[in-house]
Design a protein around this ligand. Structure first.
Ligand SMILES: [Zn+2]
Length: 371
């Protein structure tokens, strides 16, 4: 069995990094015309800078506003625009769905892809997969692409202007990385590219966890003040690069499967991917019977930055037996990553662990919450 490690060809991060987008692209041999697909607010925020940096680099470009959903219809619409503009490279600018759609378009047209995340809310920018939704926002499945992005460029000045809750959600996604990676590696599980993990991927996942504990709270304060600090730089790298490489090259386990289960109940729809993953992680740690010291560290961190630790925190104030069952059944679907756990996981075990996590989180809040 072979080990496989994958990553973007280049990762560039820093304050005002957008100003070097053109130079970074030409440095990698990427030439225009480019199609920039972006959400409305990044387009407003970055238009002038694109104008300058891409003109300097001699890259012609067109801008297309993203329709809001990474659906098959939207991917088709972007593809038509790319053909019409004779685009030679696709540049996605925005949150997870924009980047997912841009990646899918580039893959279908066999074009290079540049990802410029404007929020650090998940670990998707560095990955080579797109989550496809229906036009009304229900997850349809994942598409795996042949390769990762040619360039991921993260402007921390832009991240610093984004809503703090999105950064915290990214920490939730990143918090699960180390635990899910370790579970997969211990079990000799294939990673998302069909190979075994590497020491490198596992080391990056561990660094991801350490960085969250060390810098998470300071980074959150920086974004609340809309300023860029070294702690924010390190944390953005953890949320985006370390978590992305860690999960894709080591693997996912129960936390993400439980997230998928939680999405079946409408009351959780107002909560972000990373927020549900954080609750999924608590549940995973209980399923795995982790010692109290591990639980305390994770609960302490989650409380420090405001990640969910109870069902009420993700909108499930009154969870019915039927809904709990629905979550547990979806979380244990035949092809889901919960089966990367080293033991057989049955729905009733997941249901019990979900309730136990809630009790633990409530007890923690009572002992440690604001007086
Ligand atoms: Zn995730």
């Amino acid at each position: 069995m072979l080990s496989v490690f994958c990553s973007p060809s280049r990762y560039t991060q820093g304050k005002n990094a957008t100003a070097v987008l053109g130079a970074e692209m030409t440095g990698l041999g990427l030439s225009g015309p480019a199609l920039i697909v972006g959400s409305r607010s990044p387009i407003r925020l970055l238009s002038e800078i694109w104008n300058r940096t891409l003109a300097e680099a001699g890259i012609a470009y067109a801008v297309l506003e993203f329709g809001g959903e990474c659906s098959l219809a939207e991917i088709e619409r972007i593809k038509q625009a790319a053909k019409q503009h004779k685009s030679q490279v696709i540049v996605g600018v925005g949150g997870g769905k924009v980047l997912d759609a841009a990646r899918a378009v580039a893959a279908d047209l066999n074009l290079p892809i540049v990802n410029c995340p404007t929020v650090a809310s998940s670990d998707s920018p560095c990955s080579a997969l797109s989550v496809i939704y229906s036009d009304d926002g229900i997850v349809q499945g994942s598409r795996f692409h042949r390769k990762n992005a040619d360039l991921v460029l993260v402007d921390t000045q832009v991240i610093a202007q984004s809503p703090p809750r999105l950064l915290v959600a990214g920490m939730g996604d990143a918090l699960a990385t180390w635990f899910e990676a370790k579970t997969c590696v211990d079990g000799g599980i294939k990673n998302l590219r069909g190979g075994l993990s590497t020491q490198s991927a596992l080391a990056l996942a561990k660094l991801c966890y350490r960085t969250l504990l060390a810098d998470g709270a300071d980074a959150l304060r920086a974004v609340q003040m809309k300023v860029v600090t070294p702690a924010l730089e390190r944390l953005v790298e953890a949320n985006t690069l370390l978590s992305g490489l860690g999960f894709e090259s080591s693997g996912l386990a129960a936390a993400h499967a439980i997230h998928n289960g939680l999405t079946t109940v409408a009351a959780t729809h107002d909560y972000l991917h990373g927020e549900k993953v954080a609750y999924g992680l608590l549940t995973q740690l209980i399923l795995e019977g982790k010692p109290r010291s591990v639980m305390d560290r994770v609960l302490g961190f989650a409380t420090e930055v405001g990640l969910p630790i109870t069902l009420a925190d993700i909108g499930l104030t009154e969870l019915t037996k039927e809904d709990l069952q629905k979550i547990a059944i979806r979380a244990t679907a035949a092809n889901d990553t919960i089966h990367n756990e080293p033991f057989e996981v049955l729905p009733d075990m997941v249901a019990d662990a979900i309730m136990a996590a809630d009790a633990l989180g409530r007890a923690w809040k009572k002992d440690h919450g604001p007086q």
